[in-house]
Design a protein around this ligand. Structure first.
Ligand code: FAD
Length: 414
């Protein structure tokens, strides 16, 4: 790491949807110069999300075209028009048109170029963060960066969940997780027998993508399918009564955590994904096993699974599409929980200030670390992890930084 890499006014940890949107928002509002901003990510800007979309075979976004990483809600639509790609805004039976994955990422890449974000990206993994009052010390696998402010946008931080029966087999061939960075759907044999575990959007997309002539695909879904357009009620998209009710409970509390988890339509799929799955089932390109796997045993490069209803299958590959883990269980959050003077609450949730998303210290003063993404859902509700959540977090964080940065600049001039 060079000298120029080490000094920053604001350092964003994580260059996904949330990190990129925060950078764009701060630069757009002219709160700081490009040279005063850093984004640290081992994978590259938006690369982890791009990989996840490819891993599950997603072709269209679930959210409407006004949800993207720019500040102007109509930026993606204008980009599509300017490039003759309006046909990539896919009509929706309910709500606004949705962008294709390639349109979303091309627009995001165009935006990153416009703000020259690649030039401030540091390829590194953050291993520790120490809040030292006037400065935040950010330890990475390539050295330390000192920054006046740190914005944490690490998504789920690499945590995903396996079912209990997979505990001893997880990530050993032939059992894997769709979010395992090493999972490559293109590496699956053309004539393989593949099992997909899960009953939500990811499992349905993966099963229908993998279903190709010559390949047998079995979908293990223990519960009936549930169809929902979005991940939660739209009441949560606005600073509305729902958010007020959430904030009525203490920050970091079990009550907030439960309210958000009850509000999320986890394990559901939108109508267009359900229709695609239905067609694949009708055409017998996907076989449905509506039971729960109870035992799985590896046997010479294949896996034999037995279900609660007594049926058994021998599979070449078994892919779990069983969701992300808690955002507080990623490596960095676990480390901070053990080692730092920042407050954590129920299940390790960061205790954040509702108005600024700043992580509170043990002494009840706000730190210089703010949080965006899934780990901010106790403040922003069930859409915190989504693109709309990035926009809400951006408003709050930029709003609070504006006054703090102004005050700091005035002090420096004196
Ligand atoms: C397949 C899929 C489809 C989705 N579709 C939609 C949709 O249609 N609409 C919608 O609104 N939302 C959608 N979401 C939800 C959400 O928008 C995405 O998950 C989005 O990627 C979240 O952005 P993020 O920046 O919080 O996390 P990520 O995109 O995961 O980015 C986090 C970044 O942090 C980096 N990182 C992690 N740990 C460290 C560390 N220690 N040091 C440095 N960097 C680190 C990672 O490398 C990664 O690049 C979807 C999610 C998935 C998985």
């Amino acid at each position: 790491m060079t000298e120029a890499d080490t000094d920053a006014v604001v350092t964003i940890v994580g260059g996904g949807v949330h990190g990129v949107h925060l950078a764009v928002r701060l630069l757009d509002a002219e709160l700081l110069e490009l040279s005063e901003l850093r984004i640290i990510d081992p994978a590259g800007l938006l690369e982890a999300f791009r990989r996840q979309c490819r891993q599950c075979g997603m072709v269209e976004f679930r959210s409407p075209f006004v949800h993207h990483v720019d500040t102007d809600p109509f930026s993606l639509r204008d980009f599509a028009r300017a490039h003759g790609r309006e046909d990539e805004l896919v009509p929706s039976t309910v709500g606004a048109d949705r962008p294709t994955v390639s349109l979303f990422f091309d627009h995001a890449e165009w935006l990153c170029d416009r703000y020259d974000l690649e030039s401030i990206w540091l390829e590194a993994r953050v291993t520790d963060i120490a809040d030292r009052r006037g400065v935040v010390e950010i330890e990475t696998n390539h050295g330390r960066i000192d920054s006046r402010w740190c914005l944490l946008a690490v998504g789920h931080g690499g945590s995903f969940t396996y079912p209990e029966w997979a505990a001893d087999l997880a990530s050993t061939e032939p059992v894997t997780h769709v979010w395992d960075p090493g999972f490559d759907p293109d590496a699956i044999g053309e004539t393989s027998t593949v099992g997909v575990v899960g009953g939500g959007i990811t499992a349905a997309q993966l099963a229908t993508t993998l279903a190709q002539p010559g390949r047998d695909v079995v979908l293990f879904a223990r519960s009936p399918f549930r169809v929902e357009t979005l991940e939660a009620s739209t009441d949560w998209m606005h600073f509305s009564g729902a958010i007020e009710n959430l904030h009525a409970h203490p920050p970091g509390s079990r009550a907030r955590e439960e309210l958000v988890s009850d509000a999320r339509y986890d394990g559901t799929m939108p109508p267009y994904v359900f229709r695609r799955l239905q067609r694949a089932l009708e055409r017998k390109r996907v076989e449905l096993e509506q039971s729960e796997i109870t035992v799985a045993t590896e046997a010479g490069g294949t896996v034999v699974v037995t279900c609660r209803d007594g049926s058994a299958f021998c599979l070449d590959e078994l892919i779990c599409a069983t969701g992300f883990g808690s955002p507080y269980d990623g490596e960095l959050f676990r480390h901070l929980r053990r080692e730092s003077s920042l407050q954590t609450g129920y299940h390790g949730a960061p205790v954040l200030d509702d108005d600024t998303l700043r992580w509170m210290r043990q002494d009840e003063t706000p730190s210089r670390i703010a949080v965006s993404g899934a780990a901010a859902e106790q403040v922003l509700g069930p859409f915190a992890r989504n693109v709309i959540g990035a926009r809400r977090a951006g408003e709050l964080i930029a709003g609070s930084l504006e006054s703090d940065l102004d005050a700091e600049k005035r002090t420096t001039k004196l």
